[in-house]
Ligand binder design. Structure first.
Ligand SMILES: *[C@@H]1O[C@H](CO)[C@@H](O)[C@H](O)[C@H]1NC(C)=O
Ligand SMILES: *[C@@H]1O[C@H](CO)[C@@H](O)[C@H](O)[C@H]1NC(C)=O
Length: 302
């Protein structure tokens, strides 16, 4: 309690003293904060996160704007910041590229979230032939040796949907859920089918598709809350494509499956509890500045 109070008092004091501290540091080092950050941290999450915080806290609206605006002109922004902050390229030759990479990552994360959100909001619609084709593709990838007898069929339960028609199972995750199931089944087919097979275990098993859609919910939440920044800022020195996010999903699903069996659950009723434990583990690791989410899948791909 007391330490919390001290903590918040310090945070408050730091916030109040920040402009003065910045001024002193600028005078002593002869460098503005953005420039200091690029010298202090090497490329990766720590640098980009610090740059992002600095831009957000800046009193200049043109700098603030860079963390809000939809697809700003990055080249233009870099030149503008260098002009405003009097950063001379001949004196600090690495700044331009370092800062550009940070900006690409910061804007890229925001754009990724927008794209993911759009896909999530798109409801599965069985009147849409594209959606239906994608769903049939999922069946083929997971059950290459079994024909689906009819569109509405008991067989869907075999890959872990709840009823005879998967369309109602996507719920809050919409097409994002379907696309991620497809990505896993197509990019890591052997692993996905192995996990599906294990999921039929009478006691320890679970509904593959339902849990798969739930893993979409998990990664989506981590992305929305900003936890995924650590991974993306460390892994991709530019804008992350949505496939990169699907790839994170594969790792998270794959690792969850291992975690599930290692927890030796009594039955599916323990799902909520084990999922929460796993989520906390993920959040904890994403709070470490050097984290890149990798699993056994990565090694097998090489
Ligand atoms: C971005 O800004 C640069 C420099 O001002 C300019 O040359 C370029 O045409 C701009 N790009 C776009 C897409 O507007
Ligand atoms: C995933 O599981 C958790 C825990 O049971 C639940 O709270 C959440 O609503 C589920 N999400 C989806 C999309 O099913």
């Amino acid at each position: 309690m007391l330490t919390e109070l001290w903590g918040s008092l310090w945070a408050h004091l730091f916030f109040l003293l920040r402009p003065m501290l910045k001024w002193v540091l600028n005078r002593v080092t002869g460098k503005c904060e953005l420039l200091r950050i690029t010298y202090q941290y090497s490329q990766g999450a720590e640098r980009t996160q610090n740059i992002e915080d600095s831009l957000k806290q800046s009193k200049r609206s043109e700098l603030n704007q860079l963390t809000i605006e939809d697809s700003p002109n990055i080249s233009n922004a870099v030149l503008q910041v260098m002009a405003v902050k009097n950063i001379i390229p001949e004196v600090h030759p690495q700044f331009e590229n370092s800062f550009r990479t940070c900006l690409l990552q910061i804007c890229g994360y925001r754009e990724l979230l927008t794209n993911v959100e759009q896909l999530r909001k798109t409801k599965y619609n069985s009147d849409n032939p594209e959606h239906e084709k994608t769903l049939m593709h999922l069946w083929k990838l997971l059950m290459p040796d079994d024909e689906l007898q009819t569109r509405v069929s008991e067989q869907w339960k075999f890959i872990g949907f709840q009823g005879n028609d998967p369309q109602t199972d996507f719920r809050g995750m919409g097409l994002l859920g379907l696309h991620q199931l497809i990505h896993f089944a197509s990019k890591h087919n052997a692993e996905a089918r192995k996990i599906l097979q294990k999921s039929h275990h009478p006691k320890l098993g679970y509904s593959y598709a339902i849990v798969g859609i739930n893993m979409t919910d998990l990664v989506y939440d981590l992305l929305k809350k900003g936890h995924m920044k650590t991974h993306f800022y460390n892994k991709i020195y530019g804008k992350a494509a949505i496939e990169e996010f699907h790839e994170v999903y594969c790792h998270v699903f794959y690792e969850f499956d291992k975690f599930w069996y290692s927890e030796n659950p009594k039955d599916i009723m323990e799902f909520g509890q084990i999922r929460e434990k796993y989520r906390k583990k993920l959040v904890h690791s994403l709070k470490q500045p050097n984290t890149v989410l990798v699993s056994g899948l990565e090694k097998r791909n090489d």
